[in-house]
Ligand binder design. Structure first.
Ligand SMILES: Nc1ncnc2c1ncn2[C@@H]1O[C@H](COP(=O)(O)OP(=O)(O)OP(=O)(O)O)[C@@H](O)[C@H]1O
Ligand SMILES: [Mg+2]
Length: 601
């Protein structure tokens, strides 16, 4: 199952069900591994040992109280006092060691969750753009947060409690058989009934919880998308539709959720009823044995204490099944992301890109995002060091796509891209992207200060460098007019700035990065002509001496290019300087004439 299809609500096939069962243990182990890895291992075993002694102390208590009862019956006050003191001491040990074990396990839990989050988020950063193309960000976010939540509950409570319950159960059984096998059998008689009922409940609850998590994912995906697109929704007066759709999503979560919770809540009454049944059975057998003179009352009382201790680990294990299964469901999805391989990988013998002036060569490049739908065909062109290459053509022609493959966000189908004599596929992506700066039409800014948004471009950039860059980009003046100048906080994606201002900041950011090769994709299409002039001045300074690619619908922006590529339906149908292309009277000429109609060329 791929990550992309994992959260769809299609009914499960038999094969998928089988797969769910099969991967239970591996996923459980993998989750646990984040806890016990490296220096966690020692702490984990220490925690287990401490827990074991605590449980042993707990189990000693009924033995001591039983003996105390017999001491009362025998009138031996000294023995009574001794047993009671021992019981007190055991209780103290139990409490102290339990607390110690609890601190060890809670630290392990935090570490495990931290490691998993780091791993997941770090891995998301390595994935290629194609992964995000088929993965709505909202759904991804909800996966990351909901599934982490389920897993964190597993780490924080389930692991430690399961260990305690497991140890308690094992030790109890050993001691109980040792004390009296008849009563033990009587007590155990009820266990299959209890487990059987729990299993039935679990069988209903587990898929319900998995379903609930899926529905939650869809709900938050929808909400995230709606909030992100709230302007479009308001503009199109679709508020009612959004509210209604939200209600429908929420209702599905509610329906599935109530089903899940109802079935899991049945667990407690079932356990309690079984515990009572167990006591009645043990008392019956114990009473008979005492009447026959085979057992003392104290021994029956000690045994009752054990039978009482038996119920709690059983119910803990039963109650935690849903927590564990939730975490497994979460783990399955999180690991699906972690196991996702980046589509674009560095070659094993990849080298760092060595800048030698910025010579770029496309040789008969074909490319498609999805198999079978060619976006670029036979693209061949050359950019000499320091040249400005303009790219134009109708919308959807593949202009941005050329940039996507030049920056190696995607790999080409066939053909070759060579940069400064080095084949692109032999270069590390990191070194390539360090040297190639991209300014996109959609300026993306972070919720941070203007200064930090500028510094984002290069580690170690100083305030002075950023201000100098802003001045070059002609952005300094408007930044100084913001309420707190460079310290002004930008809201998410810079919504408190105008588009032109956002664009100027991204250009300044590119200047801070000081890339060797520069790419501008419709960087000036959002601004008025006066601002465009300001920006173009800034850009001209940025492009000076750098190989640069400028994509523009407005041909005036690229008119002065050393070479213009005219792209149509993925093919470069014409290329040359503005004058050469005009002289050809072809596609470019028509485009140019249509843009300047009435204005005179
Ligand atoms: N991530 C993607 N996955 C699949 N197809 C894509 C993806 N991005 C773009 N396409 C397709 O590739 C084709 C070229 O898109 P591209 O963005 O390169 O066009 P463009 O020339 O930059 O257009 P515009 O001038 O509107 O920016 C389009 O048909 C588009 O549908
Ligand atoms: Mg584009």
């Amino acid at each position: 199952m791929t990550a992309a299809t994992a959260t769809k609500t299609k009914p499960e096939t038999a094969a998928q069900k089988a797969e769910r069962k099969e991967d239970f243990i591996p996923i459980f182990k993998r989750l646990l591994d984040y806890m016990t890895r490296d220096e966690g291992a020692g702490k984990f075993y220490l925690g287990m040992a401490v827990r074991f002694v605590a449980v042993a102390a707990l189990i000693a208590i009924p033995f001591m109280t039983g003996n105390a009862v017999d001491a009362i019956a025998g009138g031996d006050m000294a023995a009574l006092q001794a047993w009671l003191m021992a019981a007190l001491a055991a209780t103290a040990i139990f409490i102290a060691l339990s607390a110690w074990a609890e601190t060890i396990f809670s630290k392990l839990a935090t570490t495990a969750l931290y490691r998993l989050q780091m791993h997941l988020f770090g891995h998301l950063q390595t994935l290629s753009l194609s992964f995000f193309d088929r993965q709505p960000v909202g759904e991804l976010m909800s996966r990351v947060s909901n599934d982490s939540e389920a897993i964190s509950i597993f780490y924080e409570s389930a692991v430690s409690q399961l260990i305690r319950a497991g140890m308690q159960l094992l030790l109890l059984l050993v001691v109980m058989f040792f004390l009296n096998w008849q009563m033990t059998l009587a007590a155990l008689l009820i266990v299959p009934v209890m487990l059987g009922l729990s299993a039935i409940i679990e069988r209903v609850a587990t898929p319900a919880f998995a379903k609930m998590q899926e529905e939650m994912g869809e709900l938050s995906g929808f909400q995230e998308e709606t909030l992100a697109g709230h302007k479009v929704i308001i503009a199109n007066r679709r508020n009612d539709w959004a509210a209604a759709a939200n209600e429908a999503y929420a209702k599905r979560v509610f329906d599935v959720g109530s089903h899940a919770f109802f079935s899991s809540l049945l667990q407690t009454p079932v356990t309690m009823a079984s515990a009572t049944m167990m006591i009645i059975l043990v008392l019956t057998v114990g009473g008979l044995l005492v009447a026959n003179g085979q057992l003392s009352v104290g021994e029956v009382i000690a045994f009752m204490g054990y039978a009482g201790l038996l119920a709690s680990p059983l119910s803990i294990i039963a109650n935690l099944t849903s927590t564990v299964l939730n975490a497994i469901a979460g783990g399955r999805r999180v690991f699906a992301i972690i196991d996702e391989q980046p589509a674009v990988k560095d070659a094993p013998d990849a080298k760092d890109y060595e800048f030698k002036g910025g010579h770029i060569l496309f040789e008969d490049v074909d490319f498609s995002y999805t198999p079978g739908r060619k976006i670029l065909r036979h693209n061949t062109f050359e950019a000499k060091p320091g040249q400005k290459i303009g790219i134009c053509g109708p919308t959807g022609a593949g202009k941005s796509t050329i940039i996507n493959i030049l920056t190696r966000y995607y790999d080409v189908d066939s053909g070759r891209i060579v940069i400064d004599g080095q084949p692109l596929e032999k270069l590390t992506q990191r070194s390539l992207r360090e040297q190639v700066g991209v300014v996109l039409q959609e300026a993306y800014l972070f919720s941070d200060t203007v200064m930090n948004n500028l510094k984002y471009a290069r580690k170690g950039a100083t305030d002075e460098e950023c201000i100098a860059a802003a001045k070059q980009a002609n952005a300094h003046e408007f930044i100084m007019n913001l309420p707190q100048g460079y310290d002004t906080m930008l809201t998410e994606r810079g919504a408190n700035l105008s588009q032109g201002q956002r664009q100027m900041i991204t250009i300044a950011r590119a200047m801070v990065a000081q890339p060797k090769i520069l790419i501008l994709d419709e960087a000036t299409s959002n601004v008025d002509t006066r601002t465009e002039k300001l920006i173009n001045e800034g850009l001209a300074r940025l492009m000076e001496g750098r190989t640069s690619f400028v994509i523009a619908h407005r041909l005036s922006t690229i008119q002065d290019s050393d070479r213009i590529l005219v792209l149509n339906a993925g093919e470069i149908i014409e290329q040359g300087t503005h004058d050469e292309l005009m002289a050809r009277r072809g596609f470019y000429y028509d485009l140019y004439m249509s843009q300047f109609k009435g204005k005179g060329p």
